[in-house]
Write a protein that binds this ligand. Structure first.
Ligand code: ZN
Length: 454
């Protein structure tokens, strides 16, 4: 059943009625019709089966035909996606509703506005939706039971807006923010108590990778602090140049294999000149055990910066005894000694000598298949750097609102040069895994003693 119709503004090469083909254009040539289609696809991709597009390809439709799709399917939500044009200094998202729309449309628009404002790092009171006689939002055309709004996601006429809308990852983040606002709207509307059976991941800020530069730890720390000052949560792909320097040089991709599986990925990090810390489940998870691991320190998505080496392992020798005995989440840790593969530059993470506050800002960095599928042709295997706050702590674990990425297991949870935990994966809430929260094994003095004894 289609509950949500997402309209990608404009399209094709011919005006149809009042729908122009190309829409606005950025100074560099980027067309509104392409931006809207990509974002609309991201929205529907995230919402899943209950959502559909007015156009799935580069073609135009009249405004009436777009609205009619919502009426025909009896959709509860209709969102038309556009990109703005105006004076070069204008920036940010704008939402619109029809003046005759029911209050639900206004609530929907407000939710979308707020979600996009948060994505752009603006918290606090969101701008009120504008009202306009827009044919695509006419209640007579979309259906009186459909909550409908139009969103101008950002300004193509602004250089920063154009750069943002030209970046596929930023478009994906914008799509995710709109999708989450729609889900929240349907959840709050009491028409249906829930949408789907799992919460969707929180949207992330994806900062411009060129803003993440530096040579050495302190410059990187300044970059993290800058992100934290603007956004509570963010994810950044680590640029190629950064792999030469600590901390990224000390973070290793682990390619794992064993009798029951051909290829898996995890992350580990140096905590000594020839010593790597990671999670226990990279070596033993149920009946799957790892017998060989390829360790690749500071591997960039496009080439190896540092030498790699293959090690044969016996999982019993590397995992913590309490993980070996019971797979106890509090002890999901392993120490791998890597003779002959020294920490690049001789730099490695320190173990904690203090206890961070529960709300401490933390950084996680690991080898995630964020966009790549891990196939041989897929080069997207670089490090991803995530920032968030510790939301909850137990004696043995930290929890934080950072999504899990396959391949991230065993990543350092750190601040400055101090690893405070090992990322182990989604937090269990009730009896299911959370999409919102990950957890890490906390490096307590007792655990540090075991690590140092290995
Ligand atoms: Zn438009």
């Amino acid at each position: 059943m289609t509950r949500i119709i997402i309209d990608a503004g404009h399209g094709g090469t011919r005006r149809i009625g009042n729908s122009s083909a190309y829409g606005g254009q950025a100074p560099g040539g980027l067309l509104e019709k392409d931006v809207t289609l990509d974002i609309a696809r991201a929205v529907v991709g995230r919402l899943g089966g209950g959502a559909a597009l007015t156009r799935a390809a580069d073609g135009n439709l009249s405004l009436g035909a777009r609205a009619a799709m919502a009426a025909r399917s009896g959709a509860e939500v209709f969102v038309s996606i556009h990109a703005n044009s105006g004076p070069p200094e204008s920036t940010g998202a704008e939402t619109w509703v029809h003046p005759e729309a029911a209050p639900g449309s206004r609530a929907l628009a407000k939710g979308v506005q707020q979600s996009l404002d948060r994505l752009a790092g603006r918290y606090g009171g969101a701008a009120e939706p504008h009202a306009g006689q827009m044919a695509v939002l006419s209640p007579a055309a979309v259906g009186r039971r459909t909550d409908a709004c139009l969103v101008e996601v950002d300004y193509l006429s602004n250089p920063r807006g154009a750069a943002r809308l030209g970046d596929p990852r930023q478009r994906a983040a914008i799509g995710a923010a709109i999708a989450d606002a729609i889900q929240a709207h349907l959840g709050n509307g009491a028409r249906h108590a829930t949408y789907g059976d799992r919460p969707s991941p929180d949207p992330y800020i994806v900062p411009d990778p060129s803003s993440y530069t530096g040579r050495g730890l302190m410059e990187f720390v300044r970059a993290w602090a800058g992100y934290f000052s603007r956004w509570a949560r963010w994810r950044a792909g680590v640029p190629h140049d950064a792999y030469h320097y600590f901390p990224h040089s000390a973070i290793c991709e682990l390619e794992l294999s064993g009798p029951t599986f051909a290829r898996g990925f995890g992350t580990g990090f140096y905590i000594g000149p020839n010593k790597i810390l990671t999670c226990g489940h990279n070596f033993k998870s149920g009946g799957d055990t790892t017998t060989q691991v390829i360790v690749r320190p500071g591997k960039s998505p496009v080439q190896s910066i540092w030498p790699s080496q293959t090690f044969a392992v016996n999982w019993r020798d590397v995992v913590h005894p309490r993980w070996a005995a019971s797979e106890d989440d509090d002890w999901d840790m392993a120490v791998l000694n890597v003779p002959g593969l020294a920490a690049p530059n001789g730099e490695y993470f320190s173990l904690p000598n203090a206890t961070p506050a529960q709300t401490e800002q933390i950084v996680v960095c690991g080898y995630g298949k964020f966009q790549g599928d891990g196939s041989a042709n897929d080069p997207d295997e670089g490090q991803y750097l995530d920032g968030g706050n510790i939301s909850h702590a137990t004696f043995e674990q930290y929890h934080f609102p950072i999504q899990s990425i396959p391949g991230h297991s065993g990543s350092p949870v750190f601040w400055n040069d101090m690893a405070i935990a090992i990322l182990t994966g989604p937090r269990i809430l009730g009896r299911r895994l959370s999409d919102h929260e990950n957890r890490g094994v906390r490096l307590t003095p007792e655990k540090n003693d075991w690590i140092l004894s290995r």
